[in-house]
Design a protein around this ligand. Structure first.
Ligand SMILES: C[S@@+](CC[C@H](N)C(=O)[O-])C[C@H]1O[C@@H](n2cnc3c(N)ncnc32)[C@H](O)[C@@H]1O
Length: 278
C-alpha cells in the first residue's frame, strides 16, 4: 500500500514561465522532500477518488469549484493531491499552481500533467508572492492539518483583494468522529438514522478508512473555520451544505438512501479577501 518517495529524484519544480512559485516572501521555493503521512495514503487516494472514479468529485466537487472560481485567471490549489481540481481549472483556461506537502501526490500530478504547474509545499508556508492569485481552492485538506489559522492567513496573504477562496471540508458537524449510519433493529420496523459524534470538543483521531489505511483527522467545530476566515481577512459570501450526488446515493442500499440523501457529507465555505486585511 505504501508508496515510498524516491528521495533520489529531483523535487518536481514549478519553476518556469511566470508562475511566480518560489518568488514569494517565504524564502526557498520548494522544501526538500521528506516523507509525510500522505505518502503512504497516496495510492489509495488516487485509486479510489481520482481520475473520474468518484461521483462526489465528478458530479459535485469539481463542478462547484468551477462555478465559484469561474473567470479567475490565476488560481492556487492548496493540497492539490494528484491535481484533479487543478487540471479542471486549467482546462477551463485558468493559470493554475498546485501545491502539496506530499511527494507521492506531486509526482503523480506531474505525470497526469494537463496544464498546472506543481510544487512541494505546506499549507502554512506558501512559496508564492503576496497578492498574486485571483482564486484559491482548498479541498479536503484542512481537516488533516494542525495549523489552521496560519494556513488561512497564508491564503489571505497570497490572494489579491477580492480574490476568492473555495474551502471544501468534510462537514464538521455531521462527519465528527464516531458519526455514522445506524440501523436500530431493536425497534419494529427497524429505524435508520444518522448518529452525530461529539461536536464541540476538538480532537485528533486516526481512522481506518480502508483496510490498512489509517488517516489522521483533526475535528474542529464549524465556528473555528468561519472565525478563522474572518480573522484572516476573508469574508464569507456563501456556505453550501451539499446533499450527496446521485452517483453516490445510487451505490447505497435503498433503506439508507433517505438518511444519506439528507445528511451532508461535504461543506463548502466560499469567501472573498477583504480589500484591506489590516
Ligand atoms: C484528501 S487529499 C485531497 C487532495 C485534493 N485536494 C483533492 O481534492 O483531490 C488531502 C491532500 O492534502 C495534502 N496535505 C496534507 N497536509 C498538508 C499540508 N499541511 N499542506 C499541504 N498539503 C497537505 C495531502 O498530501 C493530500 O494530497
Amino acid at each position: 500500500m505504501s508508496t515510498e518517495p524516491d528521495r533520489g529524484s529531483a523535487v518536481p519544480s514549478a519553476a518556469g514561465g511566470d508562475s511566480g512559485v518560489g518568488a514569494g516572501e517565504c524564502g526557498s521555493a520548494v522544501p526538500s522532500a521528506s516523507q509525510t503521512e500522505w505518502d503512504g495514503h497516496a495510492r489509495w487516494w488516487q485509486e479510489k477518488f481520482t481520475d473520474g472514479v468518484d461521483p462526489e468529485y465528478t458530479e459535485q466537487i469539481i463542478p462547484m469549484v468551477m462555478e465559484h472560481l469561474a473567470g479567475r485567471e490565476r488560481v492556487l490549489d492548496i493540497g492539490t493531491g494528484e491535481g484533479q481540481i487543478a487540471r479542471a481549472l486549467a482546462q477551463a483556461g485558468a493559470e493554475v499552481v498546485g501545491l502539496d506537502l506530499t511527494m507521492a501526490q506531486i509526482r503523480t500530478a506531474h505525470e497526469r500533467a494537463g496544464g498546472p504547474v506543481y510544487a512541494l509545499a505546506g499549507s502554512d508556508r506558501l512559496p508564492v508572492d503576496s497578492n498574486s492569485f485571483a482564486g484559491a481552492v482548498v479541498c479536503l485538506v484542512y481537516e488533516h492539518i494542525d495549523t489552521l489559522e496560519e494556513s488561512l492567513a497564508e491564503v489571505a496573504r497570497v490572494l489579491r483583494p477580492r480574490g476568492r477562496l473555495v474551502l471544501i471540508l468534510n462537514h464538521p458537524l455531521f462527519q465528527t468522529p464516531n458519526s455514522g449510519l445506524i440501523v436500530d433493529h431493536m425497534i419494529d420496523p427497524p429505524e435508520t438514522y444518522w448518529r452525530v459524534g461529539a461536536y464541540l470538543h476538538e480532537t485528533a483521531t486516526v481512522e481506518e478508512v480502508n483496510k490498512g489505511v489509517h488517516v489522521r483527522f483533526v475535528h474542529r467545530p464549524l465556528s473555528r473555520y468561519v472565525n478563522g476566515m474572518i480573522a484572516a481577512g476573508i469574508d464569507l459570501v456563501a456556505m453550501l451544505e451539499l446533499s450527496p450526488p446521485p452517483g453516490f446515493v445510487a451505490k447505497v442500499p435503498e433503506h439508507e438512501t433517505d438518511v444519506l440523501g439528507n445528511t451532508p457529507r461535504l461543506l463548502a465555505l466560499i469567501g472573498d479577501r477583504r480589500q484591506s486585511t489590516g
